[in-house]
Ligand binder design. Structure first.
Ligand code: APR
Length: 229
């Protein structure tokens, strides 16, 4: 029996990392075109680097929450995969072993030249600078998938979700594609659960059992339910 969790920004909200599209969210205070597109990097790589440096610093200062820990502990009794849209490493820090990042991992950098997804460079501290270069001499950019870029981990994620017996979606507005389209691959899952306090504003989840709770409450409810299966 395999359980697959698919998490978004709401997963880490109770750790103190703001979401993107809620009131007061990150995209209310920053223009996506300025910091999260390939054109933004071309125009002003310093601004993009600084934006993600601040994200990285904040993430390093936060801790996994009860929901991250509950998912990690579930590995003691069942095969658990985590697919996350989050660039934080809170699932890993809680102890989850099989975590796939769809949109990158803020603790790493990658080349801004060709072959960007050939190698990821673990950063020693939160501060990436313009003097940090890849092996081929190009400036390093944050290991984050920008809007308009392909999602290299998509096919692997789809394959994992196809084989899920239980599929649990947590804290994502399901507005960003291709990631949001991954829920279509959960055809073999006998149980599908969605945890989100604003679940009523999310589309395309008719065949999901919904918990309109925060991650820390809802993940415990979902786990209790699957322990009965
Ligand atoms: N617990 C669970 N869910 C929560 C909580 C909470 N405490 N607080 C908010 N949420 C929910 C919101 O109701 C919303 O549905 O989390 C979701 C967050 O949605 P978004 O801000 O759109 O984040 P996400 O879906 O992860 O964004 C997808 O967009 O900009 C990008 O690349 C970025 O990976 C990100 C992608």
């Amino acid at each position: 029996m395999k359980v697959v969790f698919f998490s978004g920004a709401g997963m880490s909200a109770e750790s103190g990392i703001g979401t993107f599209r809620d009131k007061g969210g990150l995209w209310e205070n920053h223009r996506i075109e300025d910091v999260a597109t390939p054109e933004a990097w071309k125009r002003n790589p310093d601004l993009v680097t600084e934006f993600y440096n601040l994200r990285r610093k904040k993430i390093i200062e936060t801790e996994p929450n009860k929901a991250h820990f509950a998912i990690a502990q579930l590995e003691n009794i069942i095969d658990v995969h985590v697919i996350t849209q989050n660039i934080d490493d809170l699932h890993e820090r809680a102890g989850s072993k099989k975590v796939l990042h769809l949109h990158g991992n803020i603790k790493y950098a990658k080349s801004s030249g060709p072959n960007q997804d050939k190698k990821y460079y673990l950063l020693k501290n939160w501060n990436l600078t313009k003097h940090d270069l890849c092996d081929e001499g190009y400036r390093l950019r944050p290991h984050v998938v920008s809007f308009g870029e392909s999602v290299p981990a998509f096919d692997e994620a789809a394959e994992i979700i196809k084989n899920a017996d239980i599929f649990i979606v947590i804290g994502t507005s399901l507005q960003v594609y291709p990631a949001a389209g991954l829920i279509q691959y959960a055809n073999n899952a006998k149980t599908k659960i969605l945890v989100d306090p604003n679940a009523n504003s999310i589309n395309g989840i008719d065949d999901f059992k919904v918990y309109s709770n925060t991650a820390t409450e809802g993940v415990l409810l979902a786990i209790n339910e699957i322990k009965k299966i």
